[in-house]
Design a protein around this ligand. Structure first.
Ligand code: ASP
Length: 442
């Protein structure tokens, strides 16, 4: 059994937390490869090391020195080593790092040093070798992740019982350090899990996994114990943001399950994210609904034209208008003589809405167009919805009983989700009604 464990910024925030991480790792011999983030915030208002490093770089460009931001980085790491009573020459590593930043003057290199330093300290704490991601995580000439990295990682890990790898960065073909996008240590963890052909990718964070809905709306909602990759995609797309579904493509491709766990409550069950087939085959009793997520501030443009279905190229002409304005749409529910475009309101601000509407009128001469804004979308997600008769009846009666008018419905062809559009002001009320209907069942 091989587990690859990624620890996020809060788990690495100070010496006490790093000690917890070391205990978690040592508690299970299968936890072999450890991927770390840079220390995050210790309390509200605290600074993340990565942010301080971006400030360091800015200071370097503007004033020619590393200055106060780097001093803060250095003292955080000195303190961590102190708290851990570690025999590790952090001062030497810090001055070497400062030297390299001054030499390279590269933003990515500077930003990556949080993970580098955290990795060095964690390796010392676990008495395990440190693998520099610069040598094994590679990007191609276009800046895309290079799958040749898997082999490099495999050979670097070969023969090690345990190893620590810094998250968030890798290097270009010429060896220059490059970072993934912000939050990218999740990708590094997934890459290492795939390379090591791990049985599971443990993603340790500061919450006990996914909840069935936003806890700001429903007090202490149920935790989701199991989730399929496809459900994860639907839920995180609609705003459930424990883990970015796109960031875990390497494990998804290799069908490796992801276990979301809480460093601060390591005995909690967490959420297990499984390849869809495995999930469906193994689940004991499929819940009707797995989770509910949603977002506010969408605009719906309704287009009506009798016999639109018979008009060849009708949709094409509308899509062409959107393409010209560089606008992506979220949903496209349509009827015989009507079509609605659901678009993030942000994309239509500063007069774009009026232009798009006028261009649509010119392109397809509709009988009528209407627009309503301030729409919230709620995604009700679950494989179980296909299997149980009457799900939509229950869903819509619950919403009606809450006194909410439904502005739009879209059921994805996968039957994995039903999207409901309501006025922004009814968003919370609707989520609560749907949660009560499907989660307070016996
Ligand atoms: N430290 C990086 C960031 O703050 C990467 C990560 O934590 O995943 O974005």
């Amino acid at each position: 059994m091989i587990k690859v464990c990624k620890f996020g910024g809060t788990s690495m925030a100070d010496g006490i937390n790093m000690r917890r991480v070391a205990d978690i790792v040592s508690g299970d011999p299968a936890r072999r490869y450890i991927v770390v983030s840079a220390p995050g915030k210790r309390f509200g208002g605290d600074a993340k090391i990565t942010d301080l490093l971006y400030e360091t770089h800015q200071n370097l460009t503007e004033n020619g020195e590393l200055g106060a931001p780097f001093e803060k980085v250095a003292s955080r790491f000195r303190r961590i080593v102190d708290e851990l009573h570690l025999d590790f020459d952090i001062d030497a590593v810090l001055s070497e790092t400062a030297e390299e930043i001054l030499q390279t003057r590269s933003e990515s290199f500077t930003a990556s040093r949080g993970e580098y330093l955290a990795g060095r300290v964690m390796a010392a704490l676990l008495s395990a070798p440190f693998v520099d991601a610069k040598d094994v995580v590679k990007f191609d000439r276009g800046g895309r992740f290079d799958p040749a990295s898997y082999e490099l990682i495999r050979s670097a890990l070969k023969g090690t019982k345990r190893a620590v790898i810094a998250g968030f960065y890798g290097s270009d073909p010429d060896g220059t350090v490059r970072t993934f996008s912000r939050g990218g240590s999740d990708i590094s963890g997934a890459v290492v899990a795939r390379a090591a052909m791990a049985d599971v990718y443990e993603n340790w964070t500061d919450v006990s996994g996914f909840l069935a809905c936003d806890p700001h709306i429903v007090a202490s909602p149920e935790g989701i114990k199991q989730l399929s990759y496809r459900e994860l995609r639907e839920l995180s797309y609609m705003g459930a943001n424990v883990l970015h579904s796109e960031s875990i493509f390497p494990v998804r491709e290799a069908d490796i399950p992801i276990h979301i766990l809480n460093t601060f409550r390591p005995d909690d069950e967490g959420t297990m994210i499984l390849p869809t087939e495995k999930y469906l085959a193994g689940v004991r009793r499929l819940r009707t609904v797995t989770g509910i997520a949603g977002k506010k501030n969408f605009t719906v443009i309704n287009i009506e034209k009798s016999m639109m279905n018979a008009e060849i190229g009708f949709t094409y002409k509308i899509m062409e208008v959107l393409f010209r304005h560089n606008i992506s749409f979220e949903h496209l529910p349509s009827g015989i003589d009507t079509m609605s475009l659901v678009i993030d309101s942000e994309e239509l601000s500063h007069g774009v809405l009026e232009e798009v509407r006028a261009d649509i009128v010119e392109a397809v001469s509709p009988d009528r167009t209407s627009v309503y804004s301030d729409v919230a979308l709620i995604a009700v997600v679950g494989h179980g919805m296909t299997k149980s008769v009457g799900t939509s009846a229950r869903l819509f009666s619950a919403i009606a009983n809450a006194g909410v008018n439904v502005r739009m419905i879209d059921q994805g062809s996968s039957e994995l989700n039903i999207i409901v559009g309501v006025d922004n002001e009814n968003y919370e009320r609707t989520v609560r009604a749907v949660y009560d209907e499907f989660f307070r069942e016996t």
